[in-house]
Design a protein around this ligand. Sequence first.
Ligand code: ADP
Ligand code: MG
Length: 353
Amino acid sequence: MEIVKRQKMLIFLAFLLFLSGCAGQENEAGDAAETRFFGMDTDISITAYGKNAEEALTDAQSKVAELEKLWSVTDENSDIYAINHSRGRPVNVSEETKRILSFALDMAKQTGGALEPTIYPALTAWGFTTGENRIPDKSELEEILRDVGYGNVHLSGNEVTLPSGMELDLGAVGKGFVADELSNALKQAGVTSALLDLGGNIQLIGTKPDGTDWKIGLRDPFGESYIGVLSISDRAVVTSGNYERYFIGEDQKQYGHILDPATGYPAENGLVSVTVVAEEGKLCDALSTSLFVMGQEKAMDYWRENQNFDMILLTEKGEIYLTEGLADKFETEPDYGDVRVELIKETVDRKGE
Ligand code: ADP
Ligand code: MG
């Protein structure tokens, strides 16, 4: 029974967009332009309104290709490939690589290493980088973790030094960072309203052309319908969970692709997903991954300490926890049943204290 329930959860896709009524429409802001393409290992779609939207979307696609080429782990010409094969020698990187790396290292520090840009060798041990999944021994993981640690990455100006045996991977922040770049470029080109979807990483410019909020649906992990809908504008919305990329081991257990850097094992702490809402996509992307690693209690504490974002936590028990900023933006679907929605408060209520 347990397995049946879990498998149902896996069908769950984080977000579904309700785009009807806006795509293809003309409006005061100018014609709608749409594009769909494959990039950064995922499906990307952008709908934009405003002057020059069409041209801006063509530029956006080239921008994705350009950044992807810099950060690919496998492309021999990428900055990341050069760093990972440098055998400890300093490597000169592009301005964009310097910026994303500097951001990733800051966030790694800020999250106490829950975000770990050097976790790649552990992902390889689990077969997540090759698709040939296996369950590594505890001792194998312990050995690998000796060469994992963002603190050993040195960035000085445009020069990166990575000790031999270590590997960098910006997969957990790349899409969010690219979404910010695209969003800024679109705004500069005169786009006043847009929805960018980079494989479920959502970035919104302005409101919908009719002036109302964009509606983003949160899928029900336990059924076919939605848990609720987020009405939101001018923000990024990013979800991380272990239900989309995972494998079932010989022991019939499910192993997800987000690893806890403290153990090298997939994060498993009662959370199904973490959705982060903030102005910048890169912050959302970095936090959704790392708060998922932290688990509910630590994620809530992190929010209390920082508060520069909002979040929605979904637990395996089917509960929803939201931060105060989303209280009037998130509406649960009547179909979802008697779901428990709790507000995460700024102060902790500890009974008996
Ligand atoms: P996705 O990119 O699949 O939408 P995330 O943004 O949460 O989801 O990034 C997950 C990816 O980041 C994994 O596929 C893996 O490459 C990498 N990763 C896994 N665990 C960590 C971690 N603790 N810190 C940094 N990167 C991680
Ligand atoms: Mg992420």
